[in-house]
Write a protein that binds this ligand. Structure first.
Ligand SMILES: [Zn+2]
Length: 338
């Protein structure tokens, strides 16, 4: 399994980070089979279609995603989910990940786990990942289309006793609620020391990207696929990082073709690669780099993606310096084969 390192480009002096992946969407398919059998649950057709590489409507993706989320009903299951992310990252030669998670959905909406068990499961999984040399942090995700009162409820839940590994707050789901309405929630999260991201321009119009930046004052965009040229210039000018996830985008935003990543990089947008929901839409950091190459990106562009991926990663915040992060990631010889 050393091939990821054998061919390493000396220009890639930065640790490889999975810049966007969801806890609930990253479960190992083998574990999902076992856990659903144990609960007497049948796998939804949408999940099986996505595993086979088929495109499904966004609603079908949500069904598959929520099926996995429903399995996270104990500390052990949450720990296993975090470890699934860590294993996939390590096997692809990655050094860390920024992990989105939706505690409010599991704890309050579904009432399937206590907040304490959720945090403990995450803490245990991330501690084990750390012992493998992997960097990580958590971004709490709120559901955009549930609206601002839901956003406040998410913060009410997580802000008291917030674990130190939580570095950010984000919106996800359907882009159904204008970002100007989310601005007060973002402000409250920021005041509590969190950084703000938003899924924007994925299943909603490109104008959402501009609005998230100008009215929501978010410091990071997830996807941003439908942004127009003027908005890309705005993102470049303000150095707003954009997490791009080619496999997920192909499955969930198939109408955006060609993929805008090369255009984004050309105007100087600080893009980086992430896997989004690799337990639902099979991929890893290697498939995402290969997808970027198929878009016509060369070694230099791939190196830029990796550099941006490390420089803007929230999981490396507070690390002394990127070179030391590089050292502690164990490259080049603590790869996947342990
Ligand atoms: Zn996402």
């Amino acid at each position: 399994m050393g091939e990821h390192h054998a061919g390493v480009n000396p220009a890639l002096l930065f640790p490889l980070i999975d810049r966007h992946t969801h806890l609930e969407g990253s479960l190992d398919p083998g574990w999902v089979h076992l856990a659903s059998d144990r609960r007497g649950l049948a796998l939804p057709a949408s999940l099986q279609s996505l595993w086979s590489g088929a495109a499904v409507p966004f609603e079908g993706f949500i069904e598959a995603f929520l099926f996995g989320a429903a399995l996270l009903d104990s500390r052990e299951a949450v720990r296993e989910a975090a470890l699934a992310v860590a294993r996939r990252t390590r096997q692809a030669g990655g050094a860390g990940f920024d992990l989105w998670a939706s505690p409010h959905f599991l704890v309050v909406h579904r009432k399937q786990i206590t907040l304490d068990a959720f945090w403990r499961g995450l803490e245990e999984g991330l501690a084990e990942a750390r012992s493998w040399g992997l960097h990580s942090c958590v971004v709490v995700d709120a559901v955009n289309h549930f609206g601002p009162s839901h956003g406040q409820a998410v913060l009410d839940l997580v802000l008291p006793g917030l674990p130190p590994f939580v570095k950010g707050f984000s919106t996800g789901g359907l882009e159904g609620c204008p970002f100007r309405d989310w601005a007060p929630i973002f402000e409250r999260a920021r005041a509590a020391g969190l950084r703000i991201a938003a899924h924007a321009g994925e299943n909603g119009p490109g104008s959402n990207v501009r609005e998230a930046v100008l009215e929501g004052d978010v410091s990071r965009i997830v996807h941003g696929l439908r942004a127009d040229d003027a908005t890309l210039e705005l993102l470049a000018e303000r150095r707003i990082p954009v997490d791009v996830c080619p496999s997920s985008n192909r499955a969930l935003a198939a109408d955006v073709d060609p993929h805008p990543l090369p255009r984004m990089l050309r105007v100087g947008v600080r893009c980086a690669l992430g896997t989004d929901d690799p337990g639902v839409i099979p991929c890893d950091l290697g498939t995402e780099a290969a997808a970027a190459r198929r878009m016509g990106l060369d070694d230099a562009a791939l190196a830029t993606l990796q550099q941006n991926g490390a420089e803007d990663a929230w999981c490396l915040l507070g690390e002394d310096s990127l070179p030391s992060a590089l050292q502690s990631s164990g490259m080049p010889d603590s790869g996947p084969s342990r």
